[in-house]
Structure formats: structure tokens, C-alpha cells
Ligand binder design. Structure first.
Ligand SMILES: Cc1ncc(COP(=O)(O)O)c(C=O)c1O
Length: 420
């Protein structure tokens, strides 16, 4: 008997279909909008200049002449692609140099460069964990962390976002699972822009004998005096076992890295399937990342880190003054406030987020509309992020558009969630 179940049926019947159809009809779909030039503070998008508040180009380096030259030199020397795995013909001297610089920057024994950040998480978690182990993840962790945990077939336990009491309880339960334990968290959470309480997390891990891995995707090149991320900022670099980062944010390129002890990195090098069974990143990506790392590690890096955080504070203060419900700032263990480049506004309802997104888009401001599964159901956000290369005048224009969108939306549909 042939099967009566068509694996394609889900493509025709999935629950998002009516929403998608309506959003398309209203030209209000916030996704796959077409960029027509480089990612700069103001971009060309679908025939109009729009202020870019939806990229992860935190240091503005995608437009930097030295980074472009790094990419072009790699392209001229190695061609357009490497057409093979890192494991085989896909390792160049640029990879070796980049791995050396990254290990120095993180102050770890070694580092391994992957083709994307997603693969770095998949490749580290999926390899270092095994059935019989337990992995504990924050419920706000990035999807690539979750994918890595699933790939490993270790027992996955999640704890409520940034709640140390919940982490402790989860660790107590995990001890009963009987295997090794790894806790994995984002340093800066990608959607909300808040920071993990890493000192308390490291304390817990030590108490329960668990290993700790931190994803520094949104913190590398931004936080800490060296720009090495949240672990540096919070003074716990020597208490964290593995650190992950991507090149697709501050480093203005594409790729990923895992940094840690040399024995673990060497193990990943010869056994991580998402590392071995994919092609090496294109030379231009590696050349650009290397040039960006060098800028971050020079004296200029500190100026850029300060600039992006100043812009984040400016935008956050402006949005709060307009009455938006901005995700609260994180705090250092001493109670002082902590800025990150991601400033998200809580909207709650998916359609409200989409209509506000559209009003901003039409007014010449591009932000990220984030709905489930990017956030929990009914937790829609407008996620904004700044670059070191934005200026206050441009941010003022964006704030004026936010104010106008809010007034016009509330006149027709009632109050949006406000600030605390
Ligand atoms: C926290 C976090 N980890 C990992 C990744 C994956 O990195 P990439 O997009 O470079 O593959 C991202 C990217 O969105 C991220 O935000």
C-alpha cells in the first residue's frame, strides 16, 4: 500500500500561511526586504534611503576601507571560493592567522574557525556533548545553540531566562541524570539585548561541577576593555570553558569561532561534523574578518566600542522618553547599568508589531520585527540595533519616526505597552 501522507502537505497547510498571505497583500511583510547597497547607517532599500536600525554591523566596519582591502586582497590571492572543507583543501594561511589572533584576543589556548556562527555552535555542542550527558540552556538562547543541543542527543534541560534560582534547580535535577553537564548561555541575548548574569552562573557551574560555554556573538567587539565580550567585561574569562563568536556582527563578515583549551579545540578539529563536512568560508570573508579583528585589537577598537555603546544609550533613552516599553537594561554585579548595541521595544502582539514595523519602514526606518519563534508567543518585539557609525542626528530622525508611528497607531488602536 502506498503512503497517503504527503511530506509536502505541511508546506500548504502550516499555521502561518493565512498571516503570511495577509501581510503580503498589505505589503506589510517585514521579512526578505531587498537591500540595494552596502549596510551603512543609512541604506538603500527598495528604492528609498532608510535608516538602518536592524543590522548587526555594530562597529560599522562593513564600509571600512581597511576591511574592504582585507577582503579584496584575500579574493585576489585565493580566488572566489576554496571549494573544499577546512579538513581537506580548505585551510589557508589566513585561517591559521585568524585563529591565532582570535585565541590571543580571547586569551585562550586555541581557537577554531568555522564557516558560519551557526555551524560553530552546532559543531561545538553537537560534538562535545553525547547521549548520556546533560546540557542546560537559558530559554532565551539563540536557535543555533538549541540546534547544537538537539544534534548532540544529550538530555536538554532549559531554565527560565536569566533566572539563577531556576538554573540552580535545573542543575540539582541534572546531577541525577548521571552524565557530564554543560551550561550554555548567550553573553548578550540576541533579541532582547540583555546580558546573562555570568558571575552567578559561573558560581553555580563550579558548585555543581558543570562546564560553562558562552556565546559572545553580540558581545565580541563591543563589551570589555579589549572588546573580548561579556566574559571579559564581567571578569570571568578564566572561569568559562568555551567561548563562541560569529564574524557576522562586529567583524563585518561571515564565519564563526570556538575558543578554549587546546585539547578540546583539537578534538573538534578532527571530529566536528559541521566543521568537517562543509566548505571553508570564502577567502574574502576570512580576509575581512582578519582585518576587522586587527582594528578591534588596536587603540581604535576602544573608541569604536565606546561609540556604539554611546549610540545605544542615546537611542534607548530616546525610545523610553517616547513612552515605548524598552527591554530593561542589565546591570553589573555592583548595580551599575550595562549597555549593549541591541535595544528592543516590547510590543506583545504579532500584528501590532508588524503594523508598527510597516509605519516605520514607510517613514524611512528599517528595524527588525521579531515574532514567535524568535521570541516566545505574544512576546513580539521591535528589535533595534545601532552602529558605531550612526550619529545622533540620524538617530534623532529615527526617533521622530518612532514617535509619529506610535501616535498614529495609538490614535486608532489604543495604547501600546509602555515603559516600566
Ligand atoms: C547569539 C547568536 N549565536 C549564533 C548566531 C549564528 O551566527 P551566524 O549568523 O554568523 O551564523 C547568531 C546569529 O544570528 C546569534 O545571534
Amino acid at each position: 500500500m502506498p503512503t497517503t501522507t504527503d511530506v509536502f502537505a505541511k508546506a500548504r497547510e502550516h499555521e502561518r500561511l493565512p498571516q503570511l498571505k495577509l501581510a503580503r497583500e498589505l505589503d506589510a511583510l517585514p521579512y526578505f526586504r531587498v537591500l540595494e547597497g552596502p549596510t551603512l547607517p543609512v541604506v538603500e532599500m527598495e528604492g528609498k534611503s532608510r535608516i538602518m536600525l536592524g543590522s548587526n554591523n555594530y562597529l560599522g566596519l562593513t564600509g571600512d576601507e581597511r576591511v574592504r582591502r582585507g577582503a579584496m586582497a584575500a579574493l585576489s590571492r585565493y580566488g572566489t571560493g576554496i571549494t573544499g572543507s577546512r579538513f581537506l583543501n580548505g585551510t589557508t594561511d589566513l585561517h591559521i592567522e585568524l585563529e591565532r589572533e582570535l585565541a590571543e584576543w580571547f586569551e585562550t589556548e586555541a581557537a577554531l574557525v568555522f564557516t558560519t556562527g551557526h555551524q560553530a555552535n552546532l559543531g561545538a555542542l553537537g560534538t562535545i556533548l553525547a547521549p548520556g550527558d546533560t546540557v542546560i540552556a537559558d530559554s532565551g538562547d539563540h536557535a543555533s545553540i538549541l540546534d547544537g543541543c538537539i544534534l548532540s542527543r544529550a538530555k536538554l534541560r532549559a531554565f527560565r531566562h536569566n533566572r539563577i534560582d531556576r538554573l540552580e534547580r535545573t542543575l540539582e535535577r541534572a546531577i541525577g541524570d548521571g552524565g557530564g553537564i554543560l551550561v550554555v548561555v548567550d553573553g548578550v541575548f540576541s533579541m532582547e539585548g540583555d546580558v546573562a548574569p555570568l558571575v552567578a552562573i559561573a558560581d553555580c557551574c563550579e558548585r555543581f561541577g558543570a562546564r560553562l560555554m558562552v556565546d559572545e556573538a553580540h558581545a565580541l567587539g563591543v563589551l570589555g576593555a579589549r572588546g573580548a565580550g561579556t566574559c571579559e567585561l564581567l571578569g570571568i574569562e578564566d572561569r568559562v570553558d568555551l567561548r563562541m563568536a560569529t564574524f557576522s556582527k562586529s567583524l563585518a563578515s561571515c564565519g564563526g569561532v570556538i575558543a578554549g583549551p587546546v585539547d578540546v579545540i583539537d578534538f573538534l578539529r578532527i571530529s566536528s561534523r559541521p566543521f568537517m563536512f562543509t566548505a571553508s568560508g570564502v577567502p574574502a570573508a576570512i580576509g575581512a574578518a582578519l582585518a576587522s579583528v586587527r582594528i578591534c585589537r588596536s587603540a581604535e577598537g576602544r573608541e569604536l566600542f565606546a561609540k556604539v555603546l554611546d549610540n545605544a544609550r542615546y537611542l534607548r533613552d530616546g525610545l523610553s522618553a517616547l513612552g515605548f516599553g524598552v527591554v530593561p537594561r542589565s546591570r553589573m554585579p555592583d548595580g551599575s547599568e550595562l549597555a549593549t548595541p541591541v535595544v528592543s521595544v516590547v510590543i506583545g502582539d504579532d500584528w501590532k508589531a508588524v503594523f508598527l514595523w510597516k509605519a516605520l519602514f514607510d517613514a524611512g526606518v528599517y528595524v527588525n520585527a521579531v515574532i514567535h519563534p524568535g521570541v516566545p508567543p505574544s512576546g513580539a518585539l521591535l528589535r533595534t540595533s545601532v552602529m558605531a557609525s550612526h550619529d545622533h542626528a540620524t538617530l534623532d530622525r529615527a526617533l521622530a519616526a518612532f514617535g509619529a508611528a506610535k501616535r498614529s497607531f495609538e490614535a486608532g488602536h489604543g495604547a501600546l505597552p509602555g515603559g516600566a
